[in-house]
Every structure is written in structure tokens, then in C-alpha cells.
Design a protein around this ligand. Structure first.
Ligand code: UD1
Length: 388
């Protein structure tokens, strides 16, 4: 008897061009590349725009997370937003022309995300956006502009929390284009949690003398948003708050290159180093190791709000808003802004009462990339090849 060919055996493989550019993209693309490699309907290649380029910000992540070496590296580096975005677009266009993909996939909200989405959409190549529909409702954040515009340009949108769908439909995105799949960044966290080192090993690797290491509990600080670090007065005020705090709880602060530059320019670096244990930017596993063991995390990052919720570690977000409301509604996150009283009050509350308990949000279960891969293979098969 002749067997009927199965759906998968007869499926034509679709070409997908995946884009990464900056540090928070790397942990999102890792599980996706793995899922696509296992897919019989998708052939994925990887483009790195080079927005983040140095070893600490890029190479360490590719190695640790076993992300395949990019097929194409656009090597754009740093510049003003306009120049960086334009340069990515100029260099990405010939790649699309040459590779003629059936779709491009972008993640998150960095400049690389919008730049590549815009190039592809104008060439009628469908754009797939992972982590769609998040909104802070604060258009002074460059990432908010990137989110809104990328979603407008996207043909398939994958969301991490249910509230994202309401944001998208309000902006006129057809709900049929949207799929709630969970959180690929949490896929990476769950896959790597057991590999994360103890804080002692992180301090050892960073060559911190034992006398300068926190002996018991510590708070972990990250700070890099332009709204917090670009204005010397705001930066100084935040630093003063952190210094006060450090007398209640030792603080460990891996410093983002942007923040390091601003601290140096405004003559605040020494003061920061006297108040806290400053570290260089950490690789993924070291950061995860510190986060998992921190008493609390003080941050202005987007991703860390989600990672602390997944880990059950209290997070105080030094911003006026969050695009990730589920971390506040269900998780361990509290928005504290930049007001010293609010920050100090919230920290003391965590130290006295343990902070919010929180629970892990729906579908943050380590399988989001698999869901995306399965859905995308079906969707691309239905859509047929792109002719351009
Ligand atoms: C970008 C993203 C932000 C993300 C952050 C995480 C945008 C609009 N912003 O901001 O959403 O949270 O990355 O890191 O895309 N630098 C280095 N080495 C590097 C990369 C950068 O030294 O490998 C320096 C640059 O020279 C520059 C500064 O860091 O002075 C900022 O880099 P940039 O790419 O402009 O944006 P981020 O602030 O990192």
C-alpha cells in the first residue's frame, strides 16, 4: 500500500530572515533559532545589525546562548538614533534584495527592529514581530516609537501577555494577525537557570577582592535609560538615592556602556564606585546568577522586569511607566519612578516585609518559541512564497 504523504513531508520550506541588533534581542532570538532549526517548514538565517558590537554586549551572549554565528553582520555600531536607524536600513536593503526571503522576523523594540521592519515592509516582504503590542504610553521613550511603528508594519504579531491585543486593536491592527504565545525571553531564562553561577563565582570572575564583595544579601542595580542617565542632574539625584540605600543593603551595579560614559562625563563615577560595587556589563549567565540571588532588583530595563517576575525576585522599576503591566499586576514588579522617597520607601518595605509574592504569568512556560515556530510554519505555508 502506498502511504499518503504527510502534511510536513510535502511542505515547501519557507525562507525566514531573522534580525538581531542589541543586547536584549539576543536572549529572545536564541530559542527561536533553535526552534526554526528543528522545523521542517522554515529555513532561518540570521542578520546581526551590529547595533551592539563589543564582546561584553554581543559575543558573550552568542557564545553562551549558542546562537548561530550571524549569516550577515551589518556592522553599524553606535550613532544618533537617526544615523543608526538610517545606516541599518541602507545596509539591510541589499541583504533583502539578495536573499529574497519569504518573511523577516524582528524581536523587541530596539532601533534595529524598526529599521529592518521598515525596509522589509516597503519591499512587500511580510514582517513578523515577536513581543508585539507592549505599550508604555510614553512617547518620550525611543522604544515606544519603535514598538508602535513596528506593529503597524507587521503582518504576523506574537504577544507575551493578553493585554497586548487590546493595545493593538486600539491602533487598528486586525486581531486575526495576532497570536498570544508567551515569552521567548523566559524560554531562555528557564533553559539556562540551572547553569547560572552563584554570586561568589561572578565576583571572582570579575576579579573583585573578597573585602569588596557583599557578604550576605545584596540588591542588584541596572540603569541605562536616556531619561535616567543622560541628564546629569537626574543622574546625580538617582545616585544620591542609591547611595542612601546602600547603607541598608549593599548594592551591586553592572554598568551599561552608556551609563558608564555619562557617569564619567558628569564626574560621578568615583562617587558611584564609593557607594556601590560597580561591575562591567555582565554576560547572560552571570547576570542571571546575580538576579536569581538578589534580595531585590532596582532597574529601568524592560526585560529585567519580566525576568524578576519569572524568578519571583522583587523588582522596583525606576521609571514612571511600564510597557509590561503583567509584571505589576501578577508578578513581583513595583513602579517607583525616580522620586527618592518612593524608592527608599519601597526598598524598606521589601526588606521588612519581603515584597510582592507574585506568580508566573500565563504561557511563560519555556515553550513560546516552539509555539511561534509551529504557527509561523503554517502561516507561511498558507501565504505562499513572496514574489518581489
Ligand atoms: C539599546 C536599546 C534599548 C535597550 C538597550 C539595552 C534602542 C533605541 N535602545 O539602548 O531599548 O534596552 O540597548 O542594552 O535601540 N555601546 C558600547 N558597546 C556596545 C554597544 C553600545 O560601548 O556593544 C555604547 C555606545 O557606544 C553608546 C551606548 O553604549 O554610547 C548606547 O548604545 P546604543 O546602541 O545607542 O543604545 P542603548 O542605550 O544600549
Amino acid at each position: 500500500m502506498i502511504e499518503e504523504p504527510t502534511a510536513s513531508a510535502s511542505r515547501t520550506v519557507r525562507e525566514l530572515l531573522c534580525v538581531v541588533g542589541a543586547r536584549p534581542n539576543f536572549m529572545k532570538i536564541a530559542p527561536l533559532m533553535r526552534a526554526f532549526a528543528a522545523s521542517d517548514g522554515i529555513s532561518a538565517c540570521l542578520v546581526h545589525t551590529g547595533q551592539h558590537y563589543d564582546a561584553a554586549m554581543k559575543t558573550a551572549f552568542f557564545e553562551q546562548l549558542a546562537i548561530p554565528e550571524p549569516d550577515v553582520d551589518l556592522g553599524v555600531g553606535s550613532a544618533s538614533h537617526a544615523v543608526q536607524t538610517a545606516e541599518i536600513m541602507k545596509r539591510f536593503e541589499p541583504v533583502v534584495d539578495q536573499r529574497r526571503p519569504d518573511a523577516i522576523l524582528v524581536v523587541g523594540d530596539v532601533n534595529s527592529t524598526i529599521a529592518c521592519a521598515l525596509v522589509a515592509a516597503k519591499k512587500l516582504v511580510p514582517v513578523v514581530h515577536v513581543e508585539a503590542g507592549l505599550r508604555s504610553f510614553d512617547r518620550t521613550m525611543p522604544e515606544e516609537i519603535n514598538r508602535i511603528l513596528t506593529d503597524q508594519l507587521s503582518a504576523r504579531l506574537y504577544t507575551t501577555e493578553r493585554a497586548a491585543l487590546a493595545n493593538l486593536t486600539r491602533e487598528g491592527v486586525a486581531p486575526e494577525r495576532v497570536r498570544f504565545v508567551g515569552n521567548v525571553m523566559i524560554d531562555t531564562l528557564l533553559a539556562n537557570r540551572a547553569r547560572a553561577p552563584a554570586p561568589e563565582a561572578v565576583f571572582e570572575r570579575a576579579k573583585i577582592e573578597p573585602a569588596f564583595r557583599p557578604t550576605e544579601q545584596f540588591g542588584l542595580v541596572t540603569l541605562h535609560r536616556p531619561s535616567n542617565v543622560d541628564d546629569p542632574l537626574t543622574l546625580e539625584r538617582l545616585l544620591a538615592t542609591l547611595s542612601t540605600l546602600a547603607s541598608d543593603l549593599p548594592l551591586v551595579f553592572p554598568v551599561h556602556p552608556r551609563t558608564h560614559a555619562r557617569l564619567e562625563q558628569s564626574g560621578l563615577l568615583e562617587r558611584a564606585a564609593n557607594a556601590m560595587l560597580l561591575l562591567p556589563p555582565l554576560d547572560y549567565l552571570d547576570m542571571l546568577g546575580l538576579m536569581a540571588r538578589a534580595r531585590l532588583v532596582l532597574t529601568d530595563s524592560g526585560g529585567i522586569q519580566e525576568e524578576t517576575t519569572a524568578l519571583g525576585v522583587p523588582c522596583l522599576t525606576m521609571r514612571e511607566s511600564t510597557e509590561r503591566p503583567i509584571t505589576v499586576d501578577e508578578g513581583t514588579n513595583t513602579i517607583v519612578g525616580s522620586d527618592p522617597e518612593l524608592i527608599l520607601g519601597a526598598v524598606r518595605d521589601v526588606l521588612a516585609n519581603g515584597g510582592k509574592a507574585g506568580r508566573v504569568p500565563e504561557l511563560w512556560d519555556g515553550r513560546a518559541a516552539e509555539r511561534i515556530s509551529a504557527d509561523l510554519a503554517d502561516w507561511l505555508a498558507e501565504a505562499g512564497p513572496v514574489h518581489h
